[in-house]
Design a protein around this ligand. Structure first.
Ligand SMILES: [Zn+2]
Length: 320
């Protein structure tokens, strides 16, 4: 795993570990041996580190990562621990859900942050499904390389209860976008907040993970979606020009017909409509870069991904 902050010594150790895992996995080994392939004696401290690797193969990120992070408003510090294991045909990303950066300086979290024990498995060689799979409240969307998950959809809709929780019917209109202008979800300076059990998760751009301003190269891989396709940061190479990718979702014109009324301003995910060809990305917010498909973080809806192009792995199902 290439991380700008890590020492040369760690780089050698991690590379050696990775090569070992590839060799053993290439032997068609059984589970019991492949489990041992990426046991690392060295962990890499990624506190505040920006990612830089562009490999689309999750196996290239195998390793043990640590960090320290402070819940700023509550003045509590936590030790982050993430382990990425290559299992041959899949990778497991397990973590305690503590980010690799301080958080909650500006958030208004309904529940205090709490570390968790979470583990996600993604296919190492994802394939396109016959059609896209819609996001749902039943699945986490993705996990980033710092071990924090993406869970884009709010469980709050206009006119359902207090609007913040309880909207479990995906057909309900006017579902709030926590990244929308006037929302009541209290995201912090990293576009993240907590769930009722204290789980920290992003709703948009995981800002600390890649260079946000005028990078000289396209953005790195920052995580993997539940279907195994990589998620890239915002900047793409447009025939050599480095610029942000544009979502192909546009705000509807005019005013909402019923419901909360008012103009379509992005408060609700229903305010957006996919207009093929209007941006760089497909309906799932993905594109091919250097011959490989992946999702791209965008400044506007759907922020990271709008649907699954592949098949989400069952390990992302909530309440397992
Ligand atoms: Zn949330």
């Amino acid at each position: 795993m290439t991380i700008s902050k890590q020492s040369a010594r760690n780089t050698r150790t991690m590379t050696a570990t990775l090569m070992l895992s590839v060799i053993v996995a290439g032997c068609g080994s059984a589970d019991q041996s492949s489990n041992a392939t990426t046991t690392s004696t060295t962990s890499t401290d990624i506190t505040n580190a920006q990612l830089s690797d562009k490999s689309v193969s999750c196996t290239d990120y195998a390793g043990a990562l640590t960090a320290t992070a402070t819940d700023v408003q509550n003045r509590n510090s936590f030790a982050a621990a993430t382990t990425i294991t290559a299992n041959g045909n899949s990778c497991t990303i397990a973590s305690n859900a503590v980010p690799n950066h301080d958080f909650n300086a500006t958030g208004r979290f309904a529940t205090q942050f709490r570390p968790q024990s979470q583990s996600y498995t993604v296919p190492a060689n994802p394939t396109l499904a016959t059609g896209p799979t819609a996001l749902s409240l039943q699945y986490d969307n993705a996990v980033f390389l710092n071990g924090v998950k993406l869970d884009l959809l709010a469980a709050g809709c206009f006119g359902v209860g207090n609007g913040a929780i309880g909207c479990h019917n995906m057909n309900s209109p006017y579902r709030y976008d926590p990244m929308g202008g006037s929302n009541k979800f209290g995201a912090d300076e990293h576009n993240a907040h907590t769930q009722p059990d204290g789980t920290y998760h992003y709703h948009g751009n995981p800002l600390a993970l890649f260079a946000q301003a005028n990078p000289t190269t396209s953005s790195p891989v920052v995580g993997f979606a539940a279907d195994g396709f990589p998620i890239f940061g915002s900047y793409i190479s447009d025939e050599g020009t480095i610029r942000k990718a544009k979502s192909s979702y546009q705000l509807k014109s005019g005013s909402r017909n019923g419901g909360p009324g008012g103009s379509y301003d992005g408060t609700f995910i229903d305010d957006w409509v996919y207009v093929a060809g209007s941006g760089d990305l497909d309906a799932c917010n993905g594109m091919e870069q250097n011959g490989s498909y992946g999702y791209v973080v965008t400044d506007t809806y759907p922020h990271v991904l709008g649907c699954f192009t592949g098949t989400p792995d069952a390990s992302f199902r909530k309440g397992r």
